[in-house]
Design a protein around this ligand. Sequence first.
Ligand SMILES: [Zn+2]
Length: 287
Amino acid sequence: MMRLSEPQHSFEQTLDECVTGITGNAVLRQLLTSEKTALTAVGVQYLGAADTGKLYTILPINTDGNIDPVVINTLTKNELIKIYEQYFSPKKKPARKIYDALLNAAKEKCPFCGGIGTPRNLDHFLPKTHFPQFSVLPHNLIPACRDCNMDGKMHTFATKAEEQIIQPYTDNDRFFIEQWIFATYHADDDREPGEFEYYVFPPENWTEVDKQRVKKHFKNFNLAKRYAIKAAELLGTVLRQIKHMEQTDLDSEIIQSVLLQPGEDTSPFVNHWQKGMYQALIRARTT
Ligand SMILES: [Zn+2]
């Protein structure tokens, strides 16, 4: 749920670079050239659906028992996947610079898990097995860390509005600027350090669909567990800082204003695990 700025390269530019890279296959080169217009048209459709949170309305290709169905006029599924695998992602191909630009734009932070992982490759938001027409559409290619990578583990996609995870390029601002991830700190008085429990608590005024979507996102990427681990790693340091301040006779209001509140305020973004962690510590110490 980190926002990514929209890709700098258009679908058309990307297809042109792919065509340039097709050196040993005149048939495919000709085919992609002649289907460029039809492909960019489905790209426009994707963006229209994405901008209104309706990517789930785009239907997967109908394979109907056919292992290589025709997807766009004469282009087949395997050809479209091949374009990604052999003419877009390989390091020596001209389209690779677009791949790298997309990957680098994430600045080492995976948008799905809020930066706890480092993106190692691009992931197809709508999986290329079911939506091969978007195999090289920049808006469908999202830098993802190994733990979040969707291509690798599931090949799933939403078929209902409420099943959609957050699309970092196109989804509504509310998912990125309003807080919906929180935590509670559980500690027995005599048994520190305690544990953090992360949970989803979307703003009351959101639609039911949006509330379900963030729950789905949180669950899909296993954020409760992954964030609790990150918070546990930092907790030891924070508890030592608190102890040190208490030993120098600072009262808990001062500790809150010079240590905990700044911790919350300097959190990189609103749904970052660190924000939930400091909020939870403040709450645990004041109630
Ligand atoms: Zn991730």
